[in-house]
Design a protein. Structure first.
Length: 147
């Protein structure tokens, strides 16, 4: 099932069950999709996925800020939305799986110093695209190249 269809189905289900949090969250996702479509170009499934990932990242950032500011009520609201949006994303890799992928890149390319960071990062991001947080990937790459 396409991501757009899934979001539309979830909106319908949320309306029927009167689940305000899910309804608000999936409407936000649909709004992001409509914004993508407004460019007039054909939108790929990958672009829809990137839009969902961007929303998830924004929510994570908001949660971090609200938690620092002691606004646990707002952090909880954002966290609830993040859990719902996460259901649309592919399964995230564990830290061990990311380390294995990055180690494989380092071994096959021969890039193994911090000078090679600019060469390894794009390869690592492509290898973990959509399945890992970019910050975590960057930390792991730096740690492996810093040895």
């Amino acid at each position: 099932m396409k991501l757009t269809e899934k979001v539309n189905n979830e909106i319908t289900l949320a309306m029927k069950s009167r689940d305000e949090i899910k309804l608000r969250t999936f409407r936000n996702v649909k709004a992001a999709f409509l914004l993508l479509q407004s460019s007039g170009n054909e939108v790929s499934e990958d672009e829809y996925l990137k839009a969902v990932q961007k929303l998830a990242k924004q929510l994570k950032d908001s949660i971090e800020i609200f938690t620092k500011e002691g606004r646990n009520d707002l952090a909880k609201k954002e966290n609830d939305e993040l859990e719902i949006i996460s259901s649309l994303l592919p399964k995230q890799l564990s830290e061990a799986e990311i380390i294995a992928k990055v180690q494989e890149i380092v071994n096959t390319t021969g890039f193994n110093t911090m000078k090679d960071l600019g060469k390894v990062m794009p390869l690592a991001m492509k290898a973990t695209s959509g399945t890992a947080d970019g910050r975590l990937v960057a930390e792991i790459v730096k740690k492996l190249l810093g040895q």
